[in-house]
Design a protein around this ligand. Structure first.
Ligand code: DGP
Length: 114
């Protein structure tokens, strides 16, 4: 745990969140500032800042998150699809330096981005 990390505090239960899924490796909770009708963050419980700092063990954790995301998305009612986003660094607008995967959906995103 990184004492200065807001997501570590959420994982520890020191800051409340609206959880949608949890197991020993990851926590999924609703984004405080949703950019779509459904906006959930999937966070490995082990702290590391970003993709660029990921080692092999941490990559395994991200893989577990990716494997679980379709079931999380289904539980959120995202049967027509969703978008995953990982922001890496300042130019991407990464504001929380604990690796997280955004799940965004429940509305057509068209070709707004990507
Ligand atoms: P990013 O730009 O990829 O670093 O996105 C960080 C996201 O984290 C942003 O969409 C807002 C969300 N967020 C920041 N602080 C909190 C918090 O305390 N609780 C929750 N639920 N989400 C948070």
């Amino acid at each position: 745990m990184d004492q200065n990390c807001i997501f570590c505090k959420i994982i520890a239960g020191d800051i409340p969140s609206t959880k949608v899924y949890e197991d020993e490796d990851m926590l999924a909770f609703r984004d405080i500032n949703p950019q779509a009708k459904v906006h959930v963050l999937v966070v490995p419980k082990s702290h590391f800042a970003a993709l660029a700092e990921m080692d092999a063990a941490q990559a395994e954790l991200v893989k577990k998150c990716l494997v679980k995301i379709p079931a999380i998305a289904e539980s959120l009612g995202l049967k027509n699809g969703y978008r995953l986003i990982v922001n890496q660094g300042e130019d991407a607008g990464q504001t929380v330096h604990h690796l997280h995967i955004h799940i965004i959906g429940r509305e057509s995103m068209g070709e707004k981005m990507l």
